[in-house]
Design a protein around this ligand. Structure first.
Ligand SMILES: *Cc1c(COP(=O)(O)O)cnc(C)c1O
Length: 397
């Protein structure tokens, strides 16, 4: 006998749960890409994507994943040999830096470990030391999905401006867009990247680079950008095929249209508030369980925790046992732990991650947490019973 049969709950930090409405929108015959309805529909995506990003700037769409727009964004604003400053709060910051090095950039890493947000004063110090103006951009991950640390992007803009440094501020919102509050223009991000499969609730396969006029001016100074990564024709297409530099990702586009309709209807403020409350339910439960036993959240200060993903841990091997039990007995899949980089902490054993981005509501979160509590009991993992009740109290408000 198993209780896992039924609708599976994928609680990994991307790809996220896809709404039936998105799936149904994609279930259709191939459209004409040369003419007709698709062209008008794609034009409607642009203002809605900018709404989600809270920008009046530009957006370039790519048939790509997040790794690709790490590269695309850099290709448009840097030349080989340029230096970028990368304050890291986990695995994904290092990933962006590795991409930068792979295309001939120099990286200056400001290592923050995996439990605290980017310290604007450490970025300030690095910029101040850059008297020769080598640093062309600051690469910041808004929410590092490995650690679930969220950093203050507006604070980075302030230190760049206060230092009078010309570096562009480039932000990875792949995990956080449409989940955690992000206001591109108000916060002063020059470039922002996102992908389809997290808060946007669409299958993996599309990614986005948003940019402003400052970044556009930098693009004009760059000596060479490849045809495929060049954001100019994508953001300002004269012909339809220029949106994608070739065949459009037709079915993803219909899925994205449906997802953006849902986002518009709920409203971005309400979406941010929903994710905040869902995350608080989860944190309340884990903190309650952790009063007895080893269950712990990775990030101590709630102000620095993402609302998209939560990294947590148990003593090894209980993390892996719990994940396996949830999968086999309850039909719930948690994300694996990621991002042990230090000699003191060589493996991610015991760690795992809850994804709670996109198409998630209160009853799903309670079902997830109820299943976790059942697993703790079934596996005899020490915990204080009653975390689910705690989450219900948070849900009730
Ligand atoms: C998921 C993710 C990526 C990588 O995206 P892929 O689509 O897997 O290439 C990069 N950065 C962050 C913050 C992410 O959450």
């Amino acid at each position: 006998m198993t209780l896992a049969t039924g609708r599976q709950h994928i609680a990994i930090p991307g790809p996220s749960i896809m709404p039936d409405r998105v799936l149904q929108a994609m279930h259709r015959p191939a459209p004409d890409i040369y003419d007709g309805e698709l062209h008008g529909m794609v034009a409607t995506l642009v203002p809605d994507l900018k709404y989600v990003a809270q920008t009046e700037g530009y957006v370039a769409m790519y048939i790509a994943n997040g790794h690709a727009v790490w590269e695309a964004s850099l290709q448009n604003v840097t030349d080989i040999g340029d230096t970028v400053l990368v304050p890291t709060t986990g695995r994904f910051g290092h990933g962006w830096a590795e991409t930068a090095r792979s295309i001939g950039l120099e990286t200056e890493i400001v290592e923050h470990g995996r439990q605290t947000p980017i310290d604007p004063d450490r970025v300030r110090a690095a910029l101040r030391a850059d008297t020769g103006g080598r640093i062309k951009a600051v690469l910041a991950v808004h929410v590092d999905t490995s650690s679930s640390v969220r950093s203050d992007i507006a604070a980075l803009r302030r230190v760049i401006d206060e230092e009078g440094h010309p570096a562009l501020l480039m932000v990875d919102c792949i995990a956080s867009l449409g989940v955690d509050r992000f206001e591109m223009d108000a916060w002063g991000a020059d470039v922002m990247i996102a992908a389809s499969q997290k808060g946007l609730m669409v299958p993996p396969g599309m990614a986005f680079v948003f940019f402003n006029d400052r970044a556009k001016a930098r693009r004009a100074e760059v000596s060479q950008v490849s045809f495929y990564w060049d954001w100019t024709p994508r953001a300002e297409p004269g012909m339809f095929y220029q949106y994608f530099g070739g065949t459009a990702p037709t079915h993803h586009l219909y899925g994205l249209r449906a997802a953006l309709d849902m986002i518009r209807k709920e409203g971005i403020e309400a979406i941010w508030a929903r994710h905040a409350r869902l995350a608080q339910m989860l944190w309340g439960a884990v903190e309650h369980w952790g009063e007895h036993g080893a269950f712990r959240l990775n990030v101590a200060d709630p102000a620095h925790r993402s609302h998209a993903v939560t990294a947590a841990g148990l003593n090894p091997p209980d993390g892996d046992r719990l994940r396996a039990w949830l999968q086999d007995a309850a039909g719930v899949t948690l994300g694996i732990g990621l991002g042990a980089e230090t000699p003191e902490d060589p493996t991610a054993s015991g760690r795992f991650r809850f994804g709670h981005m996109g198409h998630v509501n209160g009853h799903m979160m309670l079902g997830l947490l109820g299943s976790v509590e059942a697993g703790l009991k079934a596996l005899n993992i020490a915990h204080k019973p009653g975390g689910v009740t705690r989450a219900a109290e948070v849900m009730a408000g």
